[in-house]
Write a protein that binds this ligand. Structure first.
Ligand code: MN
Length: 501
């Protein structure tokens, strides 16, 4: 996935005039060094830019306004090098609409035991300057990330990197456009939701289209571009000898290639980075998009089956957050269980649409009938998935709030499944299948998820906090009684926090 846009995080330092010019110069010099050090250490395409040392309410207010108005600024890092009386921050923090991480660090790692004097103490006062800043944020009820540690400490840098990726997700969600071909799969509840609430909460726009609008794009694809893409398929995937010489196979794959080019053209014309399809509305199309949805996901597009715009949007956002990290990210569904007491597992798959970014080798390109939908046999990529830790994430509209549910899982080697004609993954959920599935169901977790091996629980928790939505984690520490309590407490919190609206 390519990003052309340069996005920035502003580094601002809090101080005050009391210290005198010389100390403030040193504060600025140290701040630049810390900001540059962080800029070099983080692992994202985002630039960390040292902005200024703030010593007056007017300057703080002005900087916050500038951050709001700068489209390339996706968040701020605040650091109290010295004491910075926090009433100065009230007007600025009242208007700031970008997320920020309060980095509770100090320039020196160690106390210089033999040389420390009062000058040193006065200049390096983060220990209580940060507390003053923390108080005003707590007093004003402002959600923010607090990261504690020396600025060269790997753990602190990793926490910052994680938070910056969450800020990237927030930014993407705020401008994302989802194209929805057809509506929801009839009678399905969890894929529904309030699109007005979603746009208010996240910024995401969901635009519905009759499938005929897409068919126009598909029909205007030239035969030569279909042939070109067919050649690309042949060089990218494993195709059985018996298939390549089979007319039915070739026709089906060429139809699929034509659909892929049509969807690409539609999405690119409309500035969409995510889409949904539904097998109940394919009028004028020869087959359900299989390989096209798979390849578009691999290119960074969000996708949701059966009209699932929330999962589609979430997938795109998570692809952006994961950009540059190892491991794939895909649309996913808990499909069927292995209830063997010696090792209970989940087989994840979808009818067709699993992203090849999680594949453990070169996918096979195959054509099989689909038992629902009543259309021609769709082409799809078939593969098993990479092993290792990952998470499943779902987003539900609970009526008065959005809930994000996260389950930590471990993807394991799958036995040969010679008769299963779809991409698949086998995982052990944490803490075990019984508790994981029990809590997931108690929490109203969707059957559609985004599976990722690039992002961690921490990324998604930071992201959910930044978006102001409920977030519940199922991991090695989860128990059913505690989980139930958490849901009940959240019910009260979100009821009250929302006020009278
Ligand atoms: Mn589904």
């Amino acid at each position: 996935m390519k990003f052309n846009e340069q996005l920035n995080i502003w580094f601002v330092t809090g101080s005050q005039h009391l210290y005198g010019e010389e100390t403030l110069k040193l504060v600025e010099k140290n701040s630049k060094e810390v900001a540059d050090g962080l800029a070099k250490s983080i692992n994202t395409s985002v630039k960390i830019i040292f902005k200024t040392v703030l010593t007056t309410p007017e300057a703080i207010y002005q900087t916050c306004l500038e951050a709001n108005n700068d489209n390339s600024c996706i968040g701020l890092i605040t650091w109290m090098h010295t004491f910075s009386p926090s009433k100065m921050w009230i007007s600025g923090l009242s208007v700031l609409n970008k997320p920020f991480a309060h980095f509770h660090t100090q320039f020196n790692r160690d106390i210089p035991w033999t040389n420390i004097d009062m000058d040193f103490m006065n200049t390096n006062q983060s220990a209580h300057g940060g507390r003053e800043f923390g108080f005003i944020n707590a007093r004003m009820g402002i959600d923010r990330k607090v990261i504690v540690g020396h600025w060269q400490d790997k753990e602190a840098i990793a926490e910052l990197d994680t938070w910056i990726r969450a800020a990237l997700g927030r930014r993407e969600f705020s401008k994302l456009k989802v194209a929805r071909f057809g509506d929801n799969m009839r009678s399905v509840a969890v894929t529904e939701g309030n699109k007005v609430s979603a746009e208010i909460q996240f910024g995401v726009q969901v635009h519905g289209y009759g499938v005929g609008d897409l068919v126009e794009h598909i029909n205007s694809v030239s035969d030569s571009s279909v042939d070109e893409l067919f050649d690309e398929y042949k060089s990218s995937y494993i195709i059985a000898d018996k298939d390549i010489s089979n007319d039915h196979f070739v026709k089906s794959v060429k139809d699929a290639a034509k659909i892929e080019l049509g969807i690409r053209s539609f999405l690119s014309d409309g500035g969409f980075h995510a889409f949904t399809t539904t097998f109940e509305d394919l009028h004028g199309m020869t087959q359900l998009p299989g390989i096209s949805a798979q390849r578009l996901m691999q290119d960074g597009y969000g996708f949701g089956g059966e009209g699932d715009w929330k999962t589609s949007a979430l997938l795109r956002v998570m692809k952006v957050m994961a950009n540059g990290l190892n491991g794939g990210t895909s649309f996913m569904e808990d499909y069927t269980y292995h209830f063997d007491p010696k090792g209970m597992r989940v087989l994840g798959a979808h009818m067709l649409e699993i992203c090849p970014s999680i594949a453990n080798g070169k996918p096979k390109l195959e054509v099989y009938p689909l038992s629902i939908g009543g259309k021609a046999d769709p082409a799809r990529l078939v593969f098993s998935s990479q092993e290792g830790e990952g998470i499943n994430v779902a987003l539900m509209d609970m009526g008065n709030r959005f809930r994000m549910l996260i389950n930590k899982v471990n993807s394991v080697a799958s036995p040969d499944l010679p008769k299963l004609p779809v991409a698949r993954i086998l995982w052990d959920p944490y803490p075990n299948l019984k508790v994981a599935a029990g809590t997931w169901i108690l929490g109203g977790g969707a059957h559609h998820t985004v599976f990722t091996q690039a992002l961690t629980v921490d990324h998604m928790v930071d992201f959910a906090e930044m978006m102001g939505i409920e977030c519940v984690v199922i991991d090695e520490n989860t128990t059913i009684p505690e989980f139930k309590k958490e849901l009940k407490l959240n019910e009260v919190y979100y009821h009250i926090a929302k006020g009278i609206r």
